[in-house]
Design a protein around this ligand. Structure first.
Ligand code: COA
Length: 182
């Protein structure tokens, strides 16, 4: 696997590089596409990058170097979520598939109590949605108008998930959306 993770020390050695990464890049499909250094600092202080619920990692590639940042959330539940942000020059090259596969391996291999792993994205983040599908994640919810858009109409938030047993077998199990007759 060409992708690996290096745990970040957000308020220590990695602080300046993390702030630089988060302020240099634009994230058009996030609630806040641009972040100031003060906002990133506030998030670090609140524990968004490391506390009992959150952890964060540099995403590294064997041949390409540092690709971006991964944040895991809800770690005190047994169904964590993630936020993945590739550096702009590494987007649009299909690297998200290798990264999401490596993230999924990391979570299930290192967290034995985790039975499901979840992710959400905005409905028009086609690159992320295709990446979920390519990695065998299943669409589980479509929250209409669930994603606030600054100065605009809210968009849908689309939720995907993968089960430990699907990761183990490589088979995506599904369910019946219309299980209750009208
Ligand atoms: C989202 C992200 C991880 C996706 O990884 P990526 O490697 O850049 O993904 P790509 O742009 O190569 O696109 C993946 C697939 O979607 C397709 N795609 C991308 N944009 C598309 C569009 N607008 N319309 C149709 N297809 C599109 C690509 O053609 C590719 O298709 P394939 O699987 O058939 O090859 C990465 O772009 C990123 O970090 N973006 C910024 C942060 C972000 O939005 N993170 C998601 C929040 S969790």
């Amino acid at each position: 696997m060409p992708v690996s993770f290096t745990r970040l020390d957000p308020s220590g050695d990695d602080h300046d590089a993390l702030v630089e990464f988060m302020t240099r890049n634009e994230f058009p499909f996030h609630v806040h596409p641009r972040r100031s250094a003060a906002e990133v600092d506030a998030a670090i202080d609140k524990g968004a990058y490391r506390d009992e619920d959150n952890d964060s990692f540099w995403v590294d590639h064997r041949d390409l170097g540092r690709l971006g940042v991964l944040r895991l959330e809800d770690l005190s539940d047994d169904a964590p979520l993630f936020d993945l942000r590739l550096d702009t020059p590494f987007r649009g090259r299909g690297l998200g598939v290798d990264v999401l596969q490596a993230v999924t391996d990391h979570v299930f291999a290192t967290m034995p109590t985790v039975k499901r792993f979840e992710g959400q994205t905005r409905e028009d983040n086609i690159a992320m949605r295709r990446t979920f599908m390519r990695c065998g994640w299943l669409k589980e919810a479509h929250y209409r108008e669930g994603w606030p858009v600054d100065g605009g109409t809210p968009l849908a938030s689309v939720a995907y998930g993968i089960l430990r047993r699907d990761w183990e077998t490589g088979e995506t199990t599904t369910f019946d959306w219309d299980d209750l007759p009208a």
